[in-house]
Design a protein around this ligand. Structure first.
Ligand SMILES: [Zn+2]
Length: 356
């Protein structure tokens, strides 16, 4: 089963892995991820939104909540004229209703002219479903959340009920706490992803992006600690501290200074590719019995990232590349937790053999 590794000696395997990931990164930068949104630069769309915000109507569709914000400036300035937060969350406010309906109008015209869909404010035109903005991504984020919860739960059961515990009733596995924290960051990230795809407003976007960056940063730290098998607390802190400082600064920058999508994507892809690289090399040189699982997750993860690069418009206004990306991480999550459990079993038996 693992004969694939025997075809290469370890050195040439490392070179091959590094070369493939470098090509991947260069391709990524070359194609770029962010095209300026052609949709919201369109003069027809712009005038439609401006008119809608003052009249409260797009064609025959009118919005009651526009009466609060017909005069954009005064509403922004006077807090008591704004709708309460729970209404702004549940209902669509004037601006987002206008933008959504003007976008549908423009897309109808573009389709009649034989033109394909374009992005508006950095996002593809999606059809709302039961008030959910990007229903496919919401469902897939929820499935990812469920998959992580299932993986984490089975990890807990394995550690505390199936494997032997030490005299202090703690697992022998050295990476237990680190994987618990990984589970927390993953669950948190997929929860906010589901919320953000349900309703894209400023604070849900910030929470989704911040949680994703935190998860990526933490998994990068973990990839270094696990692949180098760092068990010493002081050494762990030394590896984690600079990365934690960088990730924290980046999150503060996004939230308090500028939500820079291009820069954030570069940071995320670099952190993502770095850990894929680390684990791929490790899988090639280690004698770990579950190295094939690591290798499969890394290759699968690389292909999944391609979906973010070769971004395509949503099929039927529902399923786009981003949603497919969320779909692809579901089997990878299952496989990853399966590796974590194998690792716990393997390390525990190795330690017990040493203790005997
Ligand atoms: Zn998403």
């Amino acid at each position: 089963m693992l004969s694939i590794f025997r075809y290469f000696n370890k050195e040439s395997y490392c070179q091959m892995v590094v070369r493939s990931w470098v090509i991947f990164l260069v391709l990524f930068c070359f194609f770029g991820v962010f095209d300026a949104s052609a949709g919201d630069a369109d003069p027809y769309y712009k005038s439609c939104v401006t008119e809608c915000e003052s009249s409260g109507c797009v064609g025959k569709t009118c919005f009651a909540n526009c009466k609060y914000s017909s005069d954009g400036s005064s509403v922004e300035g006077l807090w008591y004229l704004r709708e309460p937060l729970y209404l702004r969350w549940k209902q669509w406010d004037c601006q987002s209703n206008c933008r959504y309906h003007c976008m549908l109008e423009r897309e109808k015209h573009r389709e009649a002219q034989g033109l394909g869909p374009v992005k508006y404010h950095g996002k593809w035109p999606f059809q709302r479903l039961y008030g959910f903005q990007v229903p496919a991504s919401v469902a897939l984020s929820a499935l990812n959340l469920a998959m992580h919860f299932h993986g984490w739960l089975s990890f807990l059961i394995l550690l505390y009920y199936k494997l032997p515990l030490n005299s202090a009733k703690r697992p022998y596995y050295n990476f237990t706490t680190l994987w618990h924290i990984f589970a927390f960051f993953s669950l948190n990230s997929w929860f906010w992803s589901a919320v953000f795809h349900s309703r894209d407003v400023d604070f849900t976007e910030k929470l989704d992006y911040s949680s994703a960056v935190a998860l990526l940063g933490y998994s990068l730290i973990l990839s270094i600690l696990r692949s180098l098998n760092v068990k010493d607390e002081a050494a762990r802190v030394m590896v984690a501290a600079p990365l934690l400082a960088f990730v924290t600064t980046h999150i503060l920058y996004l939230n308090n200074f500028k939500m820079d999508y291009g820069w954030n994507m570069k940071v995320c892809v670099t952190m993502g590719v770095a850990q894929l690289l680390i684990y791929s090399i490790w899988a090639g040189v280690t004698n770990h019995p579950s190295r094939l699982k690591v290798w499969l997750v890394m290759v699968g993860g690389g292909f999944a990232m391609l979906l973010e690069i070769f971004d395509f418009p949503p099929y039927q206004g529902l399923m786009d590349a981003h949603a497919l990306w969320h779909a692809s991480t579901i089997p990878l999550t299952y496989l990853w937790w399966s590796f974590i459990k194998d690792d716990a079993e393997f390390q525990t038996s190795k330690l017990l053999r040493k203790l005997k």
